[in-house]
Design a binder for this molecule. Structure first.
Ligand code: GLU
Length: 376
């Protein structure tokens, strides 16, 4: 039974595993931690557990909390060093809080601090899956955050929206609920006159992406609507529903799920687990620009041939993940390259019969094989 509406998220049979992401601005107010609000949310998590649903929490707030304690300017986001120091201080308080509040319901909190690389590297990703599965089987509530104290700019998610979607993918969750400071996705900037909330999105399209504004309302978190749509895209590929809803109210899950106020993203398709992981990768080593003929062939399920490649960008080895993009720069697919970047560049535009002379060995059947490719 698949999820078709917001109320389905409360049904254990349709939604056995729910990931709830809590943004910084919800957890931390001007007076510090919003304890009462959080206790209300934890009541809702306990109620879900009571119905037999499993819950994974992705909790932001370490930087905001630590910055308040250390009295750092700009909420601890003035520099990477500030954010890392703030997170180190705030994370202890944050885990203590979750442990205590979940403990009041007899639930055990389990902290996991992840980096981007933990989910981008296939072996480490599977390791995360194994740990999450074991924790859930053992009855714990995983509480996850990015390991902000060690992650540097180039290798960090930076926002917990995409982290939540990747975690949902790793745990094979049914749905992700992003608790935000806005009711859902609006068809234009929400402050513009006539802006309407979009209740249902079936597949992220360029029109949907155009609705997003990079600005986050609170200035405290780092997400904004752009990262939420990226999260929805990651979830979609894995066949997972995603909801953007307003967490600012008391008992926010009841308002979103019970009253049906929020934007529900329904997946159009479900890629196999390995392809979903590949398609959801955030850091790629390079890109292959392809012509219109190759772009059309990919949509029909073909492998990418050297003949259709126009340009090679980046430095990568054979087996590395690359983006396949069209001439307008639109990402068509992620895939693992059969050649390193130099070899790719050497055979660009060539028929297979002409490739052996250039390579010095018999060419492979394609530049990116369709089994190693996830279409976007
Ligand atoms: N990981 C960050 C924190 O705990 C939050 C990232 C975000 O704003 O989404 O403070």
């Amino acid at each position: 039974m698949a999820i078709a509406s917001l109320s389905d998220l409360a049904e254990t049979a349709r939604c056995p595993l729910l990931v709830i992401k809590v943004g910084s601005a919800l957890l931390v107010g001007k007076q510090g931690v919003r304890r009462e609000w959080l206790a209300g949310l934890v009541d809702e998590i306990a109620a879900a557990r009571g119905r037999g649903q499993q819950v994974i929490v992705v909790s932001s707030g370490a930087i905001a909390l630590g910055a308040a304690t250390l009295r750092l300017e700009k909420g601890g986001r003035g520099s990477l060093a500030d954010a890392q120091a703030a997170a180190a201080v705030g994370q202890i308080a944050l885990s203590g809080l979750w442990t205590e509040l979940l403990g009041n319901h007899g639930l055990t909190a389990a902290q996991m601090l992840l980096t981007l690389e933990d989910l981008e590297d296939r072996r480490r990703y599977l390791n995360v899956t194994a740990t999450l599965t074991r924790l859930l089987d053992a009855g714990a509530v995983p509480v996850i955050n990015e390991n902000d104290s060690v992650a540097t700019n180039e290798i960090r998610f930076g926002d917990n929206d995409r982290l939540a979607a990747r975690v949902a993918q790793a745990a094979q969750a049914s749905a992700v609920l992003l608790l935000s400071d806005i009711d859902g996705l609006y068809d234009r900037h929400p402050t513009e006159e006539g802006a309407q909330m979009v209740p249902l999105v079936e597949g992220i399209s360029p029109e949907i992406n155009a609705m997003a504004s990079a600005e986050s309302n609170s200035g405290m978190g780092s997400g904004g609507m752009v990262s939420k749509l990226q999260a929805a895209e990651i979830a979609e590929l894995a066949g997972i529903c995603l909801v953007i809803g307003n967490g600012q109210h008391d008992r926010p899950v009841q308002r979103i799920i019970g009253q049906g106020i929020g934007t529900l993203f329904l997946p159009r398709r479900k890629a196999g687990a390995r392809k979903a992981w590949l398609g959801g990768r955030l850091r790629l080593k390079g890109s292959l620009v392809v012509d219109a003929g190759a772009a059309a062939a990919l949509q029909r399920g073909s492998s990418l041939l050297a003949k259709g490649v126009i340009e090679v960008e980046g430095v990568f080895e054979r087996g590395d993940p690359v983006a396949i993009v069209d001439e307008k720069g639109r990402v068509l697919a992620h895939g693992l390259s059969e050649y390193d970047a130099t070899e790719c560049a050497a055979i660009t535009g060539l028929h297979s019969s002409d490739q052996a002379d250039v390579l010095g060995y018999a060419p492979r059947s394609s530049v990116v094989h369709r089994d190693q490719m996830a279409l976007k």
